[in-house]
Design a protein around this ligand. Structure first.
Ligand code: PMT
Length: 419
Protein backbone atom coordinates (compact mmCIF):
# COMPACT_ATOMS: atom_id res chain seq x y z
CA UNK A 1 0.00 0.00 0.00
CA UNK A 2 2.83 2.41 0.82
CA UNK A 3 5.20 1.09 -1.84
CA UNK A 4 5.81 3.62 -4.59
CA UNK A 5 3.84 6.37 -2.82
CA UNK A 6 5.35 9.81 -2.61
CA UNK A 7 4.99 11.23 0.86
CA UNK A 8 6.09 14.69 1.91
CA UNK A 9 6.73 14.93 5.64
CA UNK A 10 6.82 18.45 7.07
CA UNK A 11 8.59 18.53 10.42
CA UNK A 12 8.00 21.52 12.72
CA UNK A 13 9.92 22.79 15.73
CA UNK A 14 8.66 20.65 18.60
CA UNK A 15 10.42 18.16 20.84
CA UNK A 16 8.49 15.31 19.17
CA UNK A 17 10.42 16.04 15.94
CA UNK A 18 12.88 13.30 16.91
CA UNK A 19 10.10 10.69 16.75
CA UNK A 20 9.48 11.51 13.09
CA UNK A 21 12.93 10.16 12.20
CA UNK A 22 11.62 6.67 13.04
CA UNK A 23 8.50 7.26 10.97
CA UNK A 24 10.57 8.31 7.94
CA UNK A 25 12.71 5.21 8.33
CA UNK A 26 9.61 2.93 8.49
CA UNK A 27 8.04 4.64 5.47
CA UNK A 28 11.24 4.01 3.49
CA UNK A 29 11.30 0.39 4.60
CA UNK A 30 7.73 0.04 3.33
CA UNK A 31 8.87 1.29 -0.08
CA UNK A 32 7.56 4.87 0.01
CA UNK A 33 9.54 7.79 -1.41
CA UNK A 34 9.81 10.32 1.38
CA UNK A 35 10.69 13.99 0.99
CA UNK A 36 11.29 15.79 4.26
CA UNK A 37 10.78 19.51 4.74
CA UNK A 38 12.16 20.96 7.96
CA UNK A 39 10.87 24.30 9.20
CA UNK A 40 13.48 26.74 10.48
CA UNK A 41 12.53 25.87 14.07
CA UNK A 42 12.60 22.11 13.42
CA UNK A 43 16.27 22.37 12.52
CA UNK A 44 16.98 23.42 16.11
CA UNK A 45 15.66 20.05 17.34
CA UNK A 46 16.81 17.66 14.63
CA UNK A 47 19.38 17.82 11.89
CA UNK A 48 18.74 17.67 8.16
CA UNK A 49 21.50 15.06 8.01
CA UNK A 50 19.44 12.62 10.12
CA UNK A 51 16.50 12.87 7.76
CA UNK A 52 18.50 12.76 4.54
CA UNK A 53 20.32 9.64 5.79
CA UNK A 54 16.98 7.97 6.61
CA UNK A 55 15.04 9.11 3.54
CA UNK A 56 18.04 8.71 1.21
CA UNK A 57 16.98 11.98 -0.42
CA UNK A 58 17.85 15.64 0.00
CA UNK A 59 16.05 17.40 2.82
CA UNK A 60 14.36 20.71 2.10
CA UNK A 61 14.25 23.72 4.33
CA UNK A 62 14.91 27.04 2.72
CA UNK A 63 12.26 28.56 0.46
CA UNK A 64 14.83 31.05 -0.80
CA UNK A 65 17.48 28.66 -2.03
CA UNK A 66 19.38 29.89 -5.04
CA UNK A 67 18.08 28.74 -8.39
CA UNK A 68 19.12 25.35 -9.63
CA UNK A 69 17.92 21.78 -9.23
CA UNK A 70 17.02 22.12 -5.57
CA UNK A 71 14.90 25.21 -6.20
CA UNK A 72 13.01 23.46 -9.01
CA UNK A 73 12.32 20.45 -6.72
CA UNK A 74 10.54 22.82 -4.33
CA UNK A 75 7.85 23.40 -6.92
CA UNK A 76 7.63 19.73 -7.83
CA UNK A 77 7.32 18.60 -4.19
CA UNK A 78 3.70 19.63 -3.85
CA UNK A 79 2.72 18.55 -7.33
CA UNK A 80 4.17 15.05 -7.06
CA UNK A 81 3.04 14.31 -3.50
CA UNK A 82 0.46 11.62 -2.82
CA UNK A 83 0.16 12.90 0.74
CA UNK A 84 1.51 15.74 2.89
CA UNK A 85 1.96 14.90 6.57
CA UNK A 86 2.85 17.63 9.06
CA UNK A 87 4.30 16.02 12.21
CA UNK A 88 4.70 17.32 14.79
CA UNK A 89 2.31 20.10 13.78
CA UNK A 90 3.03 22.93 16.21
CA UNK A 91 0.51 25.58 17.26
CA UNK A 92 2.45 28.12 15.20
CA UNK A 93 2.43 26.12 11.98
CA UNK A 94 -1.22 25.11 12.50
CA UNK A 95 -2.05 28.83 12.81
CA UNK A 96 -0.04 29.68 9.68
CA UNK A 97 -1.72 26.88 7.73
CA UNK A 98 -5.11 28.00 9.00
CA UNK A 99 -4.47 31.51 7.75
CA UNK A 100 -3.26 30.24 4.38
CA UNK A 101 0.14 31.85 4.84
CA UNK A 102 3.03 30.88 2.59
CA UNK A 103 5.97 32.29 4.49
CA UNK A 104 8.21 29.24 4.39
CA UNK A 105 8.64 26.15 2.23
CA UNK A 106 6.27 23.92 4.23
CA UNK A 107 3.33 26.33 4.18
CA UNK A 108 4.01 27.10 0.50
CA UNK A 109 3.93 23.41 -0.42
CA UNK A 110 0.76 22.96 1.71
CA UNK A 111 -0.97 25.64 -0.36
CA UNK A 112 0.39 24.40 -3.66
CA UNK A 113 -0.43 20.73 -3.30
CA UNK A 114 -3.71 19.02 -4.08
CA UNK A 115 -2.65 15.94 -2.08
CA UNK A 116 -4.46 15.19 1.20
CA UNK A 117 -3.09 17.07 4.20
CA UNK A 118 -2.61 15.04 7.37
CA UNK A 119 -1.85 16.97 10.55
CA UNK A 120 -0.40 15.43 13.69
CA UNK A 121 -0.59 18.15 16.35
CA UNK A 122 1.88 17.73 19.21
CA UNK A 123 2.52 20.36 21.83
CA UNK A 124 2.01 21.28 25.45
CA UNK A 125 -1.58 20.53 26.61
CA UNK A 126 -2.70 24.11 27.23
CA UNK A 127 -1.42 25.23 23.84
CA UNK A 128 -3.27 22.34 22.21
CA UNK A 129 -6.49 23.04 24.11
CA UNK A 130 -6.28 26.81 23.58
CA UNK A 131 -9.32 28.17 21.76
CA UNK A 132 -7.09 29.61 19.02
CA UNK A 133 -5.41 26.27 18.26
CA UNK A 134 -8.72 24.42 18.37
CA UNK A 135 -10.35 26.99 16.06
CA UNK A 136 -7.46 26.70 13.60
CA UNK A 137 -7.69 22.90 13.63
CA UNK A 138 -11.46 23.04 13.06
CA UNK A 139 -10.96 25.44 10.17
CA UNK A 140 -8.34 23.19 8.59
CA UNK A 141 -10.56 20.12 9.07
CA UNK A 142 -13.47 21.96 7.42
CA UNK A 143 -11.21 22.57 4.45
CA UNK A 144 -10.45 18.86 4.19
CA UNK A 145 -7.37 18.40 6.35
CA UNK A 146 -7.32 15.22 8.42
CA UNK A 147 -6.30 15.77 12.04
CA UNK A 148 -4.68 12.89 13.92
CA UNK A 149 -5.69 13.30 17.57
CA UNK A 150 -2.68 13.64 19.86
CA UNK A 151 -2.30 11.09 22.62
CA UNK A 152 -2.58 11.86 26.30
CA UNK A 153 0.31 11.16 28.58
CA UNK A 154 3.47 12.64 30.06
CA UNK A 155 4.65 15.61 28.01
CA UNK A 156 8.13 17.11 27.71
CA UNK A 157 7.02 19.82 30.18
CA UNK A 158 6.49 17.09 32.81
CA UNK A 159 2.74 17.67 32.80
CA UNK A 160 0.25 14.96 31.93
CA UNK A 161 -2.40 15.67 29.33
CA UNK A 162 -3.20 15.60 25.62
CA UNK A 163 -0.45 16.69 23.26
CA UNK A 164 1.82 13.70 22.64
CA UNK A 165 2.68 12.75 19.09
CA UNK A 166 1.29 9.23 18.50
CA UNK A 167 3.83 6.45 17.99
CA UNK A 168 5.01 5.37 14.54
CA UNK A 169 2.50 2.47 14.02
CA UNK A 170 -0.40 4.85 14.66
CA UNK A 171 0.98 7.45 12.25
CA UNK A 172 1.58 4.73 9.64
CA UNK A 173 -2.02 3.55 10.05
CA UNK A 174 -3.36 7.07 9.42
CA UNK A 175 -1.11 7.47 6.39
CA UNK A 176 -2.20 4.12 4.89
CA UNK A 177 -5.85 4.82 5.60
CA UNK A 178 -5.67 8.26 4.01
CA UNK A 179 -3.85 6.97 0.93
CA UNK A 180 -6.47 4.23 0.51
CA UNK A 181 -9.53 6.37 1.03
CA UNK A 182 -10.59 6.06 -2.61
CA UNK A 183 -9.90 2.31 -2.78
CA UNK A 184 -12.30 -0.36 -3.98
CA UNK A 185 -13.90 -0.64 -0.53
CA UNK A 186 -14.43 3.12 -0.15
CA UNK A 187 -17.69 3.89 1.58
CA UNK A 188 -18.31 0.24 2.48
CA UNK A 189 -19.04 -0.71 6.07
CA UNK A 190 -17.49 -4.01 6.98
CA UNK A 191 -17.22 -6.05 10.17
CA UNK A 192 -14.25 -8.27 11.00
CA UNK A 193 -13.98 -10.56 14.01
CA UNK A 194 -10.56 -11.51 15.38
CA UNK A 195 -8.99 -13.43 18.23
CA UNK A 196 -10.39 -16.08 20.50
CA UNK A 197 -13.33 -16.17 22.88
CA UNK A 198 -12.91 -17.00 26.56
CA UNK A 199 -15.46 -18.96 28.53
CA UNK A 200 -15.10 -18.52 32.29
CA UNK A 201 -14.76 -21.54 34.59
CA UNK A 202 -14.46 -19.44 37.72
CA UNK A 203 -13.24 -15.87 38.38
CA UNK A 204 -9.65 -17.01 37.70
CA UNK A 205 -9.79 -19.60 34.92
CA UNK A 206 -11.30 -19.85 31.49
CA UNK A 207 -11.55 -22.07 28.42
CA UNK A 208 -9.81 -20.36 25.52
CA UNK A 209 -7.86 -21.08 22.36
CA UNK A 210 -4.63 -20.15 20.58
CA UNK A 211 -5.92 -17.37 18.32
CA UNK A 212 -3.54 -14.39 18.37
CA UNK A 213 -5.82 -12.08 16.40
CA UNK A 214 -3.24 -11.66 13.61
CA UNK A 215 -5.46 -13.01 10.81
CA UNK A 216 -8.41 -10.82 11.79
CA UNK A 217 -6.18 -7.77 12.24
CA UNK A 218 -4.69 -8.27 8.76
CA UNK A 219 -8.23 -8.40 7.34
CA UNK A 220 -9.19 -5.21 9.20
CA UNK A 221 -6.03 -3.37 8.07
CA UNK A 222 -6.43 -4.41 4.46
CA UNK A 223 -10.07 -3.29 4.39
CA UNK A 224 -9.17 -0.01 6.10
CA UNK A 225 -6.43 0.67 3.56
CA UNK A 226 -8.88 0.07 0.71
CA UNK A 227 -11.22 2.73 2.07
CA UNK A 228 -13.66 0.67 4.15
CA UNK A 229 -15.23 1.82 7.37
CA UNK A 230 -14.18 -1.11 9.54
CA UNK A 231 -15.66 -2.36 12.80
CA UNK A 232 -13.26 -4.79 14.42
CA UNK A 233 -14.64 -7.10 17.11
CA UNK A 234 -11.66 -8.44 18.99
CA UNK A 235 -11.75 -11.22 21.53
CA UNK A 236 -8.70 -12.35 23.42
CA UNK A 237 -5.59 -11.46 21.37
CA UNK A 238 -1.88 -11.17 21.96
CA UNK A 239 -1.13 -8.67 19.20
CA UNK A 240 -1.87 -4.94 19.09
CA UNK A 241 -5.09 -4.14 17.20
CA UNK A 242 -4.70 -1.79 14.24
CA UNK A 243 -5.52 1.90 14.44
CA UNK A 244 -8.01 3.59 12.18
CA UNK A 245 -10.83 1.11 12.80
CA UNK A 246 -13.72 1.07 15.27
CA UNK A 247 -12.56 -1.42 17.88
CA UNK A 248 -14.88 -3.33 20.23
CA UNK A 249 -13.50 -5.82 22.74
CA UNK A 250 -15.46 -8.94 23.55
CA UNK A 251 -14.89 -11.86 25.90
CA UNK A 252 -17.31 -14.77 25.56
CA UNK A 253 -19.09 -16.23 22.55
CA UNK A 254 -22.36 -14.75 23.79
CA UNK A 255 -20.75 -11.30 23.93
CA UNK A 256 -19.31 -11.78 20.45
CA UNK A 257 -22.71 -12.86 19.17
CA UNK A 258 -24.42 -9.73 20.56
CA UNK A 259 -21.66 -7.43 19.25
CA UNK A 260 -21.74 -9.07 15.80
CA UNK A 261 -25.53 -8.89 15.50
CA UNK A 262 -25.39 -5.22 16.40
CA UNK A 263 -22.46 -4.38 14.10
CA UNK A 264 -23.92 -6.07 11.01
CA UNK A 265 -27.05 -3.92 11.14
CA UNK A 266 -25.21 -1.20 9.24
CA UNK A 267 -22.70 -3.42 7.43
CA UNK A 268 -22.39 -4.84 3.94
CA UNK A 269 -19.81 -7.54 4.67
CA UNK A 270 -18.88 -9.70 7.64
CA UNK A 271 -15.63 -11.68 7.83
CA UNK A 272 -15.40 -13.98 10.84
CA UNK A 273 -11.80 -14.93 11.49
CA UNK A 274 -12.40 -15.24 15.24
CA UNK A 275 -11.91 -18.64 16.84
CA UNK A 276 -15.18 -19.07 18.68
CA UNK A 277 -15.85 -21.49 21.53
CA UNK A 278 -18.59 -23.94 20.62
CA UNK A 279 -19.26 -24.70 24.29
CA UNK A 280 -19.32 -22.76 27.54
CA UNK A 281 -19.34 -23.80 31.17
CA UNK A 282 -22.99 -23.97 32.07
CA UNK A 283 -22.57 -22.50 35.55
CA UNK A 284 -19.20 -20.82 36.11
CA UNK A 285 -18.27 -20.84 39.81
CA UNK A 286 -18.62 -17.51 41.59
CA UNK A 287 -15.47 -18.25 43.61
CA UNK A 288 -12.07 -19.75 42.76
CA UNK A 289 -12.46 -23.54 42.61
CA UNK A 290 -10.14 -25.05 45.23
CA UNK A 291 -8.56 -28.48 45.49
CA UNK A 292 -10.23 -30.60 48.16
CA UNK A 293 -13.32 -28.39 48.21
CA UNK A 294 -16.95 -29.38 47.73
CA UNK A 295 -16.59 -28.43 44.06
CA UNK A 296 -14.73 -31.70 43.47
CA UNK A 297 -16.21 -35.15 42.96
CA UNK A 298 -15.62 -37.63 45.85
CA UNK A 299 -12.63 -39.14 43.95
CA UNK A 300 -10.93 -35.71 43.66
CA UNK A 301 -11.75 -35.22 39.99
CA UNK A 302 -13.56 -32.16 38.74
CA UNK A 303 -16.49 -32.16 36.32
CA UNK A 304 -17.26 -29.15 34.14
CA UNK A 305 -20.62 -29.30 32.46
CA UNK A 306 -20.38 -27.67 29.05
CA UNK A 307 -23.40 -26.39 27.23
CA UNK A 308 -23.44 -25.50 23.51
CA UNK A 309 -22.91 -21.90 22.49
CA UNK A 310 -24.96 -20.40 19.70
CA UNK A 311 -23.39 -20.68 16.26
CA UNK A 312 -23.11 -17.01 15.33
CA UNK A 313 -22.79 -17.47 11.57
CA UNK A 314 -25.66 -19.98 11.53
CA UNK A 315 -27.85 -17.49 13.43
CA UNK A 316 -26.96 -14.76 10.95
CA UNK A 317 -27.81 -17.13 8.10
CA UNK A 318 -31.23 -17.72 9.65
CA UNK A 319 -31.65 -13.94 9.94
CA UNK A 320 -30.71 -13.44 6.28
CA UNK A 321 -33.04 -16.25 5.17
CA UNK A 322 -35.86 -14.61 7.13
CA UNK A 323 -35.29 -11.37 5.21
CA UNK A 324 -33.03 -9.47 7.68
CA UNK A 325 -29.68 -8.15 6.33
CA UNK A 326 -30.41 -9.55 2.84
CA UNK A 327 -27.35 -8.00 1.21
CA UNK A 328 -24.77 -8.96 3.81
CA UNK A 329 -21.77 -10.79 2.27
CA UNK A 330 -20.61 -13.43 4.75
CA UNK A 331 -17.16 -14.95 4.93
CA UNK A 332 -16.29 -17.60 7.48
CA UNK A 333 -13.07 -19.37 8.37
CA UNK A 334 -12.72 -23.03 9.20
CA UNK A 335 -9.84 -24.10 11.40
CA UNK A 336 -9.47 -27.78 10.52
CA UNK A 337 -7.02 -30.50 11.41
CA UNK A 338 -8.34 -33.41 9.29
CA UNK A 339 -10.16 -33.79 5.99
CA UNK A 340 -9.87 -30.04 5.57
CA UNK A 341 -11.63 -29.39 2.28
CA UNK A 342 -14.56 -31.72 2.90
CA UNK A 343 -15.20 -30.41 6.43
CA UNK A 344 -14.89 -26.85 5.19
CA UNK A 345 -17.33 -27.39 2.31
CA UNK A 346 -19.86 -28.79 4.79
CA UNK A 347 -19.44 -25.66 6.99
CA UNK A 348 -19.88 -23.37 4.00
CA UNK A 349 -23.23 -24.99 3.21
CA UNK A 350 -24.39 -25.33 6.83
CA UNK A 351 -23.67 -21.67 7.63
CA UNK A 352 -24.95 -20.35 4.27
CA UNK A 353 -21.70 -18.48 3.55
CA UNK A 354 -20.57 -16.70 0.40
CA UNK A 355 -16.94 -17.66 0.99
CA UNK A 356 -15.28 -20.04 3.39
CA UNK A 357 -11.58 -19.82 4.13
CA UNK A 358 -10.35 -23.31 4.98
CA UNK A 359 -7.37 -23.27 7.25
CA UNK A 360 -5.35 -26.43 7.92
CA UNK A 361 -3.98 -25.39 11.29
CA UNK A 362 -1.62 -28.38 11.46
CA UNK A 363 0.51 -27.14 8.53
CA UNK A 364 3.79 -25.42 9.42
CA UNK A 365 3.51 -21.61 9.17
CA UNK A 366 -0.26 -21.83 9.02
CA UNK A 367 -3.08 -21.09 11.45
CA UNK A 368 -2.74 -19.90 15.02
CA UNK A 369 -0.15 -17.29 16.04
CA UNK A 370 1.86 -17.32 12.81
CA UNK A 371 2.64 -14.37 10.52
CA UNK A 372 1.74 -16.55 7.51
CA UNK A 373 -1.18 -18.71 6.50
CA UNK A 374 -2.00 -21.30 3.87
CA UNK A 375 -5.67 -21.48 2.95
CA UNK A 376 -8.19 -22.80 0.46
CA UNK A 377 -10.91 -20.39 -0.62
CA UNK A 378 -14.26 -22.11 -1.19
CA UNK A 379 -17.13 -20.16 -2.62
CA UNK A 380 -20.87 -20.73 -2.56
CA UNK A 381 -20.84 -21.40 -6.30
CA UNK A 382 -18.65 -24.46 -5.71
CA UNK A 383 -15.29 -22.97 -6.78
CA UNK A 384 -12.23 -23.92 -4.77
CA UNK A 385 -8.86 -22.11 -4.90
CA UNK A 386 -5.79 -23.35 -3.08
CA UNK A 387 -3.49 -20.43 -2.21
CA UNK A 388 0.21 -20.94 -1.44
CA UNK A 389 1.73 -20.09 1.94
CA UNK A 390 1.62 -16.28 2.17
CA UNK A 391 1.62 -13.55 4.78
CA UNK A 392 -1.68 -13.05 6.57
CA UNK A 393 -1.86 -9.61 4.94
CA UNK A 394 -1.61 -11.26 1.51
CA UNK A 395 -4.31 -13.76 2.47
CA UNK A 396 -6.47 -10.83 3.61
CA UNK A 397 -5.88 -9.11 0.25
CA UNK A 398 -6.96 -12.24 -1.62
CA UNK A 399 -10.13 -12.50 0.48
CA UNK A 400 -11.18 -8.86 -0.05
CA UNK A 401 -10.33 -9.21 -3.77
CA UNK A 402 -13.06 -11.85 -3.90
CA UNK A 403 -15.50 -9.95 -1.68
CA UNK A 404 -15.37 -6.73 -3.76
CA UNK A 405 -17.12 -8.17 -6.85
CA UNK A 406 -19.77 -9.77 -4.61
CA UNK A 407 -20.40 -6.38 -3.01
CA UNK A 408 -20.73 -4.73 -6.41
CA UNK A 409 -23.29 -7.32 -7.47
CA UNK A 410 -25.31 -7.49 -4.30
CA UNK A 411 -25.03 -4.01 -2.84
CA UNK A 412 -23.94 -1.65 -5.60
CA UNK A 413 -22.87 1.79 -4.38
CA UNK A 414 -22.91 5.02 -6.38
CA UNK A 415 -19.14 4.71 -6.72
CA UNK A 416 -19.37 1.35 -8.52
CA UNK A 417 -20.34 3.08 -11.73
CA UNK A 418 -16.86 4.66 -11.71
CA UNK A 419 -15.03 1.30 -11.41
O1 PMT B 1 -5.77 -15.37 15.19
P1 PMT B 1 -4.65 -16.09 14.50
O2 PMT B 1 -3.59 -16.55 15.49
O3 PMT B 1 -4.07 -15.30 13.37
O4 PMT B 1 -5.22 -17.44 13.89
C1 PMT B 1 -6.11 -17.40 12.82
C2 PMT B 1 -7.19 -18.49 12.93
C3 PMT B 1 -6.55 -19.87 12.86
C4 PMT B 1 -7.96 -18.34 14.24
C5 PMT B 1 -8.17 -18.25 11.72
O5 PMT B 1 -7.46 -18.36 10.53
C6 PMT B 1 -9.32 -19.24 11.72
O6 PMT B 1 -9.24 -20.33 11.18
N1 PMT B 1 -10.47 -18.82 12.35
C7 PMT B 1 -11.67 -19.65 12.51
C8 PMT B 1 -11.52 -20.52 13.72
C9 PMT B 1 -12.80 -21.26 14.05
O7 PMT B 1 -13.44 -20.98 15.01
O8 PMT B 1 -13.15 -22.12 13.15
P2 PMT B 1 -14.48 -23.07 13.29
O9 PMT B 1 -14.28 -24.04 12.21
O10 PMT B 1 -14.65 -23.51 14.67
O11 PMT B 1 -15.67 -22.08 12.92
C10 PMT B 1 -16.12 -21.87 11.59
C11 PMT B 1 -16.61 -20.45 11.44
O12 PMT B 1 -17.79 -20.26 12.23
C12 PMT B 1 -15.64 -19.40 11.85
O13 PMT B 1 -15.73 -18.33 10.95
C13 PMT B 1 -16.12 -19.01 13.24
O14 PMT B 1 -15.80 -17.64 13.51
C14 PMT B 1 -17.61 -19.23 13.15
N2 PMT B 1 -18.26 -19.66 14.40
C15 PMT B 1 -17.74 -20.71 15.12
C16 PMT B 1 -18.36 -21.12 16.27
C17 PMT B 1 -19.54 -20.45 16.68
N3 PMT B 1 -20.16 -20.81 17.80
N4 PMT B 1 -20.04 -19.47 15.96
C18 PMT B 1 -19.43 -19.08 14.79
O15 PMT B 1 -19.92 -18.16 14.11
Amino acid sequence: MLAGKRIVVGVCGGIAAYKVADLVSKLRQAGADVDVILTEHAERFVSALTFSALSQRPVYGDLWEPTGEAAARHIALGREADLLLVAPATANTIARLGQGMADDLLTTVALATTAPLLLAPAMESHMYQHAATQANLRLLAERGAIVIPPESGRLASGEIGPGRLPETPTLLAWISKTLGRNGDLAGRRVVVTAGGTREPIDPVRYIGNHSSGLMGFALAEEARDRGADVTLLAGSVNAIPPDGVTLRRVGTTLELRDATLEAIREAEALVMAAAVADYRVERPAGHKIKKGSADENPDGSLTLHLTPNPDILAEINALVTAGGAPRLIRVGFAAETTDVERNAAAKLARKGLDILVANDVTKPGSGFGTETNEVILLSAGGASERLPLMTKREVARAIWDRVVPLLRDRAPSSRDAEH
